[in-house]
Design a binder for this molecule. Structure first.
Ligand code: ZN
Length: 181
Protein backbone atom coordinates (compact mmCIF):
# COMPACT_ATOMS: atom_id res chain seq x y z
CA UNK A 1 0.00 0.00 0.00
CA UNK A 2 1.27 3.47 -0.85
CA UNK A 3 2.31 5.74 1.99
CA UNK A 4 -0.21 8.12 3.49
CA UNK A 5 -3.17 5.90 2.75
CA UNK A 6 -5.36 4.93 5.66
CA UNK A 7 -7.42 1.73 5.67
CA UNK A 8 -11.20 2.22 5.79
CA UNK A 9 -12.56 -1.19 4.70
CA UNK A 10 -11.34 -4.49 3.24
CA UNK A 11 -8.79 -3.71 0.47
CA UNK A 12 -9.93 -0.09 0.67
CA UNK A 13 -7.92 2.98 1.66
CA UNK A 14 -8.16 6.74 1.61
CA UNK A 15 -5.64 9.50 1.16
CA UNK A 16 -6.76 12.83 2.46
CA UNK A 17 -5.06 16.12 3.08
CA UNK A 18 -6.35 18.65 5.55
CA UNK A 19 -6.90 21.37 3.02
CA UNK A 20 -10.53 21.32 1.96
CA UNK A 21 -9.68 22.20 -1.62
CA UNK A 22 -7.91 18.97 -2.55
CA UNK A 23 -10.31 16.06 -3.06
CA UNK A 24 -9.85 12.80 -1.14
CA UNK A 25 -8.37 9.92 -3.13
CA UNK A 26 -9.74 6.42 -2.50
CA UNK A 27 -7.86 3.26 -3.37
CA UNK A 28 -9.06 -0.31 -3.79
CA UNK A 29 -6.09 -2.66 -3.83
CA UNK A 30 -6.31 -6.40 -4.25
CA UNK A 31 -3.69 -8.90 -5.47
CA UNK A 32 -1.38 -6.12 -6.65
CA UNK A 33 -4.05 -4.42 -8.76
CA UNK A 34 -5.03 -0.88 -7.90
CA UNK A 35 -8.12 1.14 -8.68
CA UNK A 36 -8.43 4.73 -7.52
CA UNK A 37 -11.53 6.88 -7.20
CA UNK A 38 -10.49 10.46 -8.04
CA UNK A 39 -6.91 11.69 -8.20
CA UNK A 40 -6.68 14.80 -6.05
CA UNK A 41 -5.59 18.14 -7.46
CA UNK A 42 -2.07 17.04 -8.36
CA UNK A 43 -0.28 18.05 -5.19
CA UNK A 44 -0.71 14.57 -3.72
CA UNK A 45 1.83 12.11 -5.04
CA UNK A 46 0.39 8.63 -5.16
CA UNK A 47 3.71 6.93 -5.86
CA UNK A 48 2.16 4.32 -8.19
CA UNK A 49 0.35 4.06 -11.50
CA UNK A 50 -3.22 2.85 -10.88
CA UNK A 51 -4.57 0.18 -13.23
CA UNK A 52 -7.92 1.97 -13.30
CA UNK A 53 -8.97 5.49 -12.27
CA UNK A 54 -12.63 6.38 -11.98
CA UNK A 55 -13.36 10.10 -11.66
CA UNK A 56 -16.53 11.11 -9.79
CA UNK A 57 -16.74 14.32 -11.85
CA UNK A 58 -14.62 16.79 -13.77
CA UNK A 59 -13.62 19.41 -11.18
CA UNK A 60 -9.87 19.98 -11.04
CA UNK A 61 -9.52 19.12 -7.35
CA UNK A 62 -10.57 15.57 -8.27
CA UNK A 63 -8.98 15.23 -11.71
CA UNK A 64 -5.77 17.21 -11.91
CA UNK A 65 -3.74 14.48 -10.22
CA UNK A 66 -4.23 12.18 -13.24
CA UNK A 67 -0.91 11.49 -14.98
CA UNK A 68 -0.37 10.97 -18.70
CA UNK A 69 0.81 7.39 -18.23
CA UNK A 70 -2.30 6.19 -16.40
CA UNK A 71 -3.71 3.50 -18.69
CA UNK A 72 -7.41 3.67 -17.90
CA UNK A 73 -9.09 6.90 -16.76
CA UNK A 74 -12.88 6.97 -16.87
CA UNK A 75 -15.38 9.80 -16.47
CA UNK A 76 -19.11 10.09 -17.17
CA UNK A 77 -19.81 11.14 -20.79
CA UNK A 78 -21.80 14.21 -19.66
CA UNK A 79 -18.62 15.77 -18.22
CA UNK A 80 -17.00 15.97 -21.64
CA UNK A 81 -17.80 19.30 -23.22
CA UNK A 82 -19.14 20.67 -19.93
CA UNK A 83 -17.55 24.07 -19.66
CA UNK A 84 -18.26 25.04 -16.08
CA UNK A 85 -15.87 26.75 -13.73
CA UNK A 86 -13.02 24.70 -12.32
CA UNK A 87 -13.47 21.91 -14.86
CA UNK A 88 -10.35 20.02 -15.88
CA UNK A 89 -10.79 16.96 -18.10
CA UNK A 90 -7.52 15.00 -18.35
CA UNK A 91 -6.44 14.40 -21.96
CA UNK A 92 -6.38 10.63 -21.42
CA UNK A 93 -9.84 10.43 -19.83
CA UNK A 94 -12.39 8.29 -21.69
CA UNK A 95 -16.19 8.17 -21.35
CA UNK A 96 -17.47 5.70 -18.76
CA UNK A 97 -20.23 3.65 -20.37
CA UNK A 98 -20.27 0.81 -17.84
CA UNK A 99 -23.02 0.29 -15.29
CA UNK A 100 -20.91 -2.09 -13.22
CA UNK A 101 -17.30 -3.18 -13.03
CA UNK A 102 -15.82 -6.23 -11.39
CA UNK A 103 -12.44 -5.53 -9.80
CA UNK A 104 -10.92 -8.55 -8.06
CA UNK A 105 -13.56 -9.68 -5.58
CA UNK A 106 -15.22 -6.25 -5.65
CA UNK A 107 -18.29 -5.36 -7.65
CA UNK A 108 -18.59 -1.66 -8.38
CA UNK A 109 -21.85 -0.10 -9.44
CA UNK A 110 -21.95 3.31 -11.12
CA UNK A 111 -24.89 5.59 -10.49
CA UNK A 112 -25.35 8.77 -12.52
CA UNK A 113 -26.12 11.47 -9.95
CA UNK A 114 -26.22 14.84 -11.75
CA UNK A 115 -26.71 18.08 -9.85
CA UNK A 116 -23.28 19.17 -8.66
CA UNK A 117 -22.17 18.77 -12.29
CA UNK A 118 -24.04 17.18 -15.25
CA UNK A 119 -21.95 14.02 -15.19
CA UNK A 120 -21.37 13.48 -11.48
CA UNK A 121 -21.45 9.84 -10.44
CA UNK A 122 -21.53 7.86 -7.22
CA UNK A 123 -19.80 4.50 -7.02
CA UNK A 124 -21.07 1.73 -4.77
CA UNK A 125 -18.78 -1.14 -3.85
CA UNK A 126 -21.22 -3.99 -3.21
CA UNK A 127 -18.55 -5.99 -1.34
CA UNK A 128 -17.63 -3.41 1.30
CA UNK A 129 -20.72 -1.17 1.24
CA UNK A 130 -18.54 1.88 0.59
CA UNK A 131 -20.31 4.59 -1.41
CA UNK A 132 -17.90 6.99 -3.09
CA UNK A 133 -20.11 10.04 -3.42
CA UNK A 134 -17.76 12.64 -4.91
CA UNK A 135 -19.13 16.14 -4.35
CA UNK A 136 -22.77 15.05 -4.45
CA UNK A 137 -23.22 14.10 -0.79
CA UNK A 138 -21.05 14.75 2.26
CA UNK A 139 -21.15 13.82 5.95
CA UNK A 140 -23.50 15.66 8.34
CA UNK A 141 -26.20 16.14 5.70
CA UNK A 142 -24.10 18.51 3.62
CA UNK A 143 -24.70 18.36 -0.11
CA UNK A 144 -22.86 19.48 -3.21
CA UNK A 145 -22.84 23.05 -4.53
CA UNK A 146 -24.94 23.66 -7.62
CA UNK A 147 -23.49 27.08 -8.47
CA UNK A 148 -20.60 25.64 -10.48
CA UNK A 149 -22.59 24.56 -13.51
CA UNK A 150 -24.93 22.26 -11.60
CA UNK A 151 -28.68 22.07 -11.16
CA UNK A 152 -30.64 22.15 -7.89
CA UNK A 153 -33.59 19.99 -9.02
CA UNK A 154 -31.30 17.33 -10.43
CA UNK A 155 -29.30 17.31 -7.22
CA UNK A 156 -32.46 16.72 -5.16
CA UNK A 157 -33.42 13.78 -7.37
CA UNK A 158 -29.92 12.35 -7.14
CA UNK A 159 -29.90 12.63 -3.34
CA UNK A 160 -33.23 10.78 -3.30
CA UNK A 161 -31.66 7.94 -5.32
CA UNK A 162 -28.69 7.81 -2.96
CA UNK A 163 -30.99 7.53 0.06
CA UNK A 164 -32.48 4.34 -1.41
CA UNK A 165 -29.10 2.74 -1.98
CA UNK A 166 -27.94 0.03 0.36
CA UNK A 167 -24.57 1.36 1.37
CA UNK A 168 -22.81 1.19 4.70
CA UNK A 169 -20.13 3.86 4.65
CA UNK A 170 -20.34 7.22 2.92
CA UNK A 171 -16.97 8.12 1.38
CA UNK A 172 -17.27 11.69 0.09
CA UNK A 173 -14.85 13.66 -2.04
CA UNK A 174 -14.10 16.02 0.86
CA UNK A 175 -14.30 15.89 4.64
CA UNK A 176 -15.24 13.07 6.97
CA UNK A 177 -16.55 9.58 6.27
CA UNK A 178 -19.96 8.72 7.68
CA UNK A 179 -21.65 5.43 8.62
CA UNK A 180 -25.18 5.15 7.27
CA UNK A 181 -27.74 5.15 10.07
ZN1 ZN B 1 -16.74 19.36 -7.45
Amino acid sequence: MASGFQRIAQHTFMLRVDERVCGTVYLIEEDGKRLVVDSGDGRLKLGFVPDVCILTHGHFDHTQGVRKDWPSVLLHPAEFGFEGLYVHIPANARPLHLKTLGFGSHQLEFLHTPGHTPGSICILDRKTGCLFSGDTKFADGEVGRTDLGGNEDELKKSLGMIEKMEYRLLCPGHGELELKE
